[in-house]
Structures are given as structure tokens and as C-alpha cells.
Design a protein around this ligand. Structure first.
Ligand code: SF4
Length: 286
């Protein structure tokens, strides 16, 4: 925490433009003092929570192997007490794939989910199950699907409806960067600690050096998106080539893993088109 304070002091002193502070944490170390500090500097917090008590403790044990769920919930309560904006983020694996009930039970307001990006299939959720879940909702068979899945498909549906092309999926590395406690800057939160995506250090490099290094790395990584596979893909202008960091990290992964995420994106777009067609048909028949 002392380091985080030093970093904030440094930024406040050296930059005219007020930055937006975001922090990703499991919330287990939050206390009143830290909460007051976050409130003072308008932090936005992303809390990693991977399901209900059993799944979360299995997937996110503390360093000493103790359970973390209760501490994470206490951390969330503290954020609520100080009215600090937060998002809960779930990393979906095959161990917590049935997360609908969990969100309903705790009624977290802002939720996002991302599928795990592993090197092999051991953690990946089953896409057939995911497909069935969406299908049963859209066919009207099951109304219990959580808003979180639906919101992801709705975002895609609206992109098609509004003809919003997505040429680049994310500007991580140029519009936002990740800052570690030692002052190192990385392309994005996913890249934190990985030397390959290091762009400088706020205590050692000048502002200009950091900007130059960030653009150089971003342009280098983005070349991966111009791949033949993406250019031939029907979803190219909707997907934007996916997460450039993930693409780069997965270059050496087995082809099935690389295809998994493309299959996931395309699956959601296919369902988005079904939803949109239903919407249009309903309009015409009313
Ligand atoms: S779905 Fe896969 S192949 Fe298609 S544009 Fe996106 S990243 Fe490229």
C-alpha cells in the first residue's frame, strides 16, 4: 500500500491531467485506511471473484492456501460502505461455468466475465454447454439465464444493428496501461509482470520515453491481428481481431486453443443475429 501511495503522489505531482485510477484486486487486504485513500483519489476497483464460496476458494486460494471468499466479500462491503465504484469480474473456467445462480444470489450490480486464457484445455469451459444454455434461453425454454451472458450477446447484437464496425478490439497499451507497485508500466492489466510487455518505469523513464515505447510495442503486437486467418473470417469487422495481447501470447499455443476463442466469439455473434432477427420479426408482426 505504501508503494501505491507513493505512485499516486508521484502522478499527482508530475502530471497536469488528472488520471483515472483503476485497481484490480481480490479485495482480501482492503481495510478502512485503504478504502479512505481510494475514495480520496476516485479509484475504480475491479474485484476478482470466481463464484460462490466453494468455487472461489478452489480457484483463488490465498498464498498460504487459506480460503479467500469471506475476505473478498468483506472487501466488497467496505467498498460499498465508502461508495467506491467497483466491478466484480469472474474468470470463467469449467469449474465455475454455472455461475448464473451466484450472481442472482449476491445481486452484484456491475459484473463482467472473461473466459480463462490457459495454455491447455484443462480449465476451459465447455462451449457446447454454453451454447445449450443460450439456446434454451433464446428458445424461451429457460428464463433463468443470468443477465451477464445476455448482456454480452446484446452488446454484439447492438453492434450489428447499429452497423458499428470494430476495426481494433482494444487500445490496451496506448489508451490505457497497467502500473505495478514498483512503478513498472505494462501494456495492460493482463500483461502485468511480463517483461515482454514492459513499456517503462515511471521513476526511471521520462514521459516521452514511455509514450514512444508504448506505441512501438503496440504497433508491433497489432501486426498479429492482420493475420490471414482474421482477414478471411466472416466476423473480422465485428470482432476486431480479438484481444491483441491474448493473440500474441497464444501464438505458440496449440491451434485448438487459439480456435477456441474464435469459436466463442463467433458463437455469441451467431446468437446475436438470432436475437436481432427475432426482434425484427416481432416488429413486423406487431
Ligand atoms: S473470430 Fe478469430 S479469426 Fe475471426 S476475426 Fe476474431 S480473432 Fe480473427
Amino acid at each position: 500500500m505504501e508503494r501505491a501511495k507513493k505512485i499516486v503522489e508521484y502522478i499527482e505531482k508530475n502530471f497536469d491531467q488528472k488520471p483515472a485510477y483503476n485497481i484490480t484486486t481480490n479485495g482480501t487486504l482492503l481495510n478502512e485506511e485503504i478504502a479512505r485513500f481510494m475514495k480520496k483519489y476516485d479509484f475504480k476497483v475491479m474485484i476478482s471473484i470466481d463464484g460462490d464460496e466453494r468455487e472461489h476458494n478452489l480457484l483463488r486460494p490465498l498464498k498460504n492456501k487459506e480460503d479467500s471468499f469471506k475476505k473478498t466479500i468483506e472487501g466488497i462491503k467496505l467498498l460499498e460502505k465508502y461508495e467506491i465504484p467497483y466491478i466484480t469480474r469472474m474468470t470463467v473456467t469449467k469449474f465455475n461455468q454455472d455461475f448464473d445462480n451466484f450472481w442472482i444470489k449476491y445481486n452484484f450490480k456491475n459484473i463482467v466475465r472473461a473466459f480463462v486464457a490457459p495454455e491447455d484445455y484443462t480449465l476451459l469451459p465447455d462451449l457446447r454447454e454454453y451454447n445449450k444454455k443460450i439456446e434454451s434461453y433464446i428458445s424461451g425454454e429457460d428464463k433463468t439465464i443470468s443477465g451477464i451472458i445476455l448482456s454480452s450477446i446484446n452488446v454484439r447484437k447492438n453492434r450489428i444493428k447499429n452497423k458499428n464496425q470494430l476495426v481494433i478490439n482494444c487500445f490496451g497499451g496506448v489508451r490505457e496501461v497497467s502500473l505495478s507497485a514498483d512503478g513498472n508500466l505494462y501494456m495492460c492489466h493482463r500483461a502485468t509482470g511480463n517483461e515482454k510487455y514492459y513499456i517503462g518505469n515511471i521513476f526511471k523513464n521520462t514521459h516521452n520515453e514511455i509514450i514512444k515505447s508504448a506505441y512501438k510495442l503496440f504497433n508491433k503486437i497489432m501486426v498479429g491481428i492482420e493475420s490471414e486467418k482474421c482477414n478471411k473470417c466472416w466476423a473480422r469487422n465485428l470482432c476486431g481481431g480479438g484481444c491483441h495481447l491474448k493473440n500474441d501470447l497464444q501464438k505458440t499455443y496449440p491451434e485448438e486453443i487459439q480456435n477456441y476463442f474464435c469459436d466463442l466469439i463467433k458463437l455469441e455473434y451467431e446468437w446475436a443475429m438470432v436475437l436481432l432477427s427475432k426482434e425484427i420479426i416481432n416488429k413486423v408482426t406487431v
